[in-house]
Design a protein around this ligand. Sequence first.
Ligand SMILES: CC(C)(COP(=O)(O)OP(=O)(O)OC[C@H]1O[C@@H](n2cnc3c(N)ncnc32)[C@H](O)[C@@H]1OP(=O)(O)O)[C@@H](O)C(=O)NCCC(=O)NCCS
Length: 180
Amino acid sequence: MLTGQRVRLRPIERADLPKYVVWLNDPEVIRGLSMYIPLSQSQEEKWLEGIEQGPPAERPLAIEIRAPEGWLHVGGIGFHSVNWRDRNAEVGLFIGEKHFWNQGYGSDALRLMLRYGFDGLNLHRIYLQVYENNLRAVHSYEKVGFVHEGRQREARFFRGKYLDVLWMSILRSEWADVEV
Ligand SMILES: CC(C)(COP(=O)(O)OP(=O)(O)OC[C@H]1O[C@@H](n2cnc3c(N)ncnc32)[C@H](O)[C@@H]1OP(=O)(O)O)[C@@H](O)C(=O)NCCC(=O)NCCS
């Protein structure tokens, strides 16, 4: 468990899956993600079984926020493609509860993930991909310290047109372990 003042990250449980099915079938949530095919509960169950067999560092975590009634599960975050020789990994995240967007929770979750990646897993570089029209996400990543490093032109097809995919990264030497 990675715990901050307002956000904490914990392993995903089977009981969380119905929420993922709702969030990952919501067009507004997935417009920034790579998924586009409708997802079922049984597919999510297979996904969880798969990740439990996979590399421990790539197991996604649930994002929970501190609410008056206790910790509330609002989204997910995880590393992919961890490369132990070059010590880098890709990170991805989403807040599925849309009314909690723009309140700093995504940025705080990402800051906790950077601490886990750099201090816990001893990574050297953490990178991500974001679609050019996802301005909220780009702004959040810039706030957290990611820098722009490249652009894949027209690499994403979305609602009848092609979008550029931006690549951003942060090195351990650039990372400031701010209080979260
Ligand atoms: C992207 C996401 C994780 C960001 O989390 P969040 O909690 O909403 O983001 P934060 O509040 O931490 O930061 C967003 C920042 O962008 C700003 N912002 C919002 N809309 C914006 C826009 N259209 N243009 C520029 N900045 C914008 C916010 O004001 C905020 O900045 P501020 O704190 O300086 O005011 C979340 O919105 C989300 O899950 N979206 C859907 C899934 C997704 O796109 N995931 C990312 C895939 S790469």
